[in-house]
Design a protein around this ligand. Structure first.
Ligand code: SF4
Length: 117
């Protein structure tokens, strides 16, 4: 290595060292392996808390029901009598959605609705 190459390498190392603290603090391997998709806000999704022509979150493939709701939806809930039980449609707990941010009502609807198969 001649003097010119040694100076160039030293300069590159110093510049890289100075710029390193300015890099984002995210784990590059983790973010590369599992990118976290951003969810759409309710306004953009045209979310509404009531069904649209019989289409509602609880029938949508993107709906994540609250814990214990799946058994009620199948009528297996103990003492609740399924969807027609004492809990009632209006008092259901909110679930989540794989597309829309924030809690969503099982009775809600948005433009990303896709019927469960
Ligand atoms: S995509 Fe829309 S309709 Fe489907 S669960 Fe999410 S908020 Fe509800």
């Amino acid at each position: 290595m001649n003097r010119r190459q040694a100076l160039k390498k030293m300069f590159t190392t110093v510049v890289a060292g100075l710029l390193y603290p300015l890099l984002p603090k995210e784990d590059p391997i983790r973010s590369w392996a599992a990118p976290r998709p951003q969810k759409v806000d309710k306004k953009t999704a045209l979310y509404q808390s009531h069904p649209e022509d019989g289409k509602m979150c609880m029938n949508c493939r993107h709906f994540i029901p609250p814990e214990g709701m799946s058994s009620m939806m199948e009528g297996r809930g103990q003492g609740t009598g399924g969807m027609n039980g004492a809990m009632g449609m209006g008092r259901m707990m909110e679930g989540a959605c794989t597309i829309v941010a924030g809690p969503v009502s099982p009775m809600g609807y948005c433009r990303f609705y896709e019927r469960k198969s």
